[in-house]
Write a protein that binds this ligand. Structure first.
Ligand code: SAM
Length: 322
């Protein structure tokens, strides 16, 4: 049996869930409909993302993992010893395992909003790396991270793989980079995976796999919305749309309505979809080393090292305070 929550804790949970509902509603009643990509990750969404990472067309995960594996000693040398390694949006904590044996941080702090999945993965990691202090935090990555007292004076390194930075538009990416710089402090750093600009066919295929797993992942966000809003939006009335927008250097994912349909939800709020109308669900911006380091420079970060695969599909970059 879980411990009963205090009134303050219950109020916090209540307020947070109301804020999430409001955020969803704002997106669904807006003229240009959108759903924040963080809503992809209910339990099924996290499982589908696991499958996406194994797909033959989806090059980013395997390319990034081999980059981390092949360069772990160089990465460890660049970062230094006895760090506190903080991973916002850690997911299955898979990629960090490529660098942990060489880096040997004093403490690893994975943060994720998908609590159950995070704790399950962190517990497995504790068995594999008993010599590293692992403190999983189930929270929004934008919240302040509390570092265990005994590691307060260690250098902090933010690990942000998966080209998750690409999900932000350049203004939001800059904001994240400033936040990361602040979290890391003067002596710390940021180790980040950044997907690179490349041939449109490779990009289009990566987000339109033959097995249709990315389509399932995109569509599942409607099921998650229904759970959160207690609504009955018909997922079968949408189709998955994904393409590379060369002008803005970004993959765009949308859910396109196949017909007109509307729903009454809480507080007599009405959500309407018309035929061919799209809900924007994700952007994935692609960079060059120059364009990304230019952005990082505006956030007060200086590129110290970077690593590329032979085909220059993906990059792992290490930044320190400028
Ligand atoms: C695309 S996965 C990336 C996982 C991992 N970093 C990787 O590269 O393999 C994104 C993860 O970020 C988490 N996430 C999304 N938005 C978040 C937020 N605002 N705060 C904390 N975690 C978040 C999701 O639950 C998911 O596990």
């Amino acid at each position: 049996m879980g411990q009963a929550l205090s009134t303050t804790e219950l109020n916090t949970v209540f307020n947070e869930s109301n804020m999430l509902k409001q955020e969803l509603l704002d997106g669904l009643i807006s003229d240009n409909k959108y759903i924040n990509p963080k809503f992809f990750y209910d339990e099924y969404g996290s499982q589908l993302f696991e499958k996406i990472m194994q797909l033959p067309e989806y090059y980013p995960t395997r390319t990034e993992i081999s980059l981390l594996e092949n360069n772990k000693h160089a990465i460890a040398k660049s970062i230094g010893e006895d760090t506190v390694l903080i991973e916002p949006g850690a997911g299955n904590c898979q990629k960090v395992q490529s660098i942990l044996p060489a880096l040997k941080p004093s403490c690893y702090i994975p943060i994720d909003i998908s609590a159950e999945f995070l704790f399950e993965c962190a517990n497995k990691l504790k068995e594999k790396f008993p010599y590293i202090d692992i403190h999983a935090i189930a929270d929004d990555m934008k919240e302040k991270v509390s570092i265990p007292e005994q590691f307060k004076d260690n250098d902090r390194v933010i690990f942000y793989p998966g080209s998750t930075i690409g999900n932000y538009n350049p203004t939001e990416a800059l904001e994240f980079l400033k936040h990361a710089n602040e979290m890391a402090g003067k002596e710390g750093g940021l180790l980040i995976g950044v997907d690179l600009q490349k041939d449109k066919d490779i990009l289009d295929a990566a987000y339109n796999d033959e097995q249709g797993i990315t389509a399932l992942f995109n569509l599942n966000v409607i099921n998650h919305v229904n759970k959160l809003l207690d609504s009955e939006i018909d997922v079968d009335l949408f189709k998955h749309v994904a393409f590379y927008n060369e002008e803005h250097c970004r993959i765009e994912m949308h859910l396109e309505s196949k017909s007109d349909h509307d729903y009454m939800i809480e507080n007599n709020e009405k959500i309407s979809f018309s035929e061919s109308e799209r809900i924007h669900t994700e952007y994935s911006y692609k960079y060059t080393i120059e364009s990304f380091s230019g952005l990082a420079k505006q956030a007060g970060l200086k590129l110290k090292d970077f690593w590329l695969d032979d085909n220059e599909l993906f990059s792992v970059q290490y930044y320190v305070a400028a």
